[in-house]
Design a protein around this ligand. Structure first.
Ligand code: OFO
Length: 175
């Protein structure tokens, strides 16, 4: 059982994770259109991860006897001026998700809802990892700079990061 307020907040988090999944899918499509195949693979995987984040909350709400709601589908943006801008937007979106998780944690404390507090710990850690990853990517892109071959090197770099992520997640046993 959850309070009505907590059920609503968790359903809003489902919508945020679902939107992230669609936003990253749209970004993957843009990358593929630009022949940035390494970036596209990275964004497809990020999109799938967000879907898993959404489902994890979905199951939690139903498992505790409440009602998980499927969010409305809002069309995300589909054009970006550059891969640098796109990746900065991923970082901004992750920060937004982290702030939302922090609010949920605060709400769990206030309501003395220990099971939701415990459930949210996974998300706190996941968001810390995601923000670190995106900061690393943005730092590397700044190091690569904006010369004529920069797109080639950015794509190569993100492809390498993606492969490391895939291996790490596989070692952890999933998303
Ligand atoms: Fe689920 O928001 Fe990113 O990781």
């Amino acid at each position: 059982m959850l309070s009505k307020a907590m059920e609503k907040s968790l359903n809003e988090q489902i919508a945020l994770e679902g939107y992230a999944s669609f936003l990253y899918l749209s970004m993957a499509s843009w990358c593929e259109n630009q022949t940035l195949t390494g970036c596209a693979a990275f964004m497809f995987r990020q999109s799938e991860e967000e879907r898993q984040h959404m489902l994890r909350i979905f199951h939690y709400i139903n498992d505790v006897g409440e009602h998980a709601l499927t969010p409305a589908v809002a069309q995300p943006p589909y054009e970006w001026p550059s891969i640098q801008v796109l990746l900065e937007q991923v970082y901004a979106h992750e920060q937004k998700v982290s702030a939302s998780i922090d609010r949920l944690v605060a709400q769990s404390y206030e309501e003395k809802d220990h099971k939701t507090l415990s459930f949210l710990q996974w998300y706190v850690e996941e968001q810390r990892e995601e923000e670190t990853l995106m900061r690393t990517i943005l730092d590397r892109i700044r190091l690569i700079g904006e010369g004529p071959q920069s797109l080639y090197y950015i794509d190569k770099e993100i492809s390498a990061i993606n492969k490391i992520q895939v291996a790490e997640k596989a070692a952890e046993g999933g998303a």
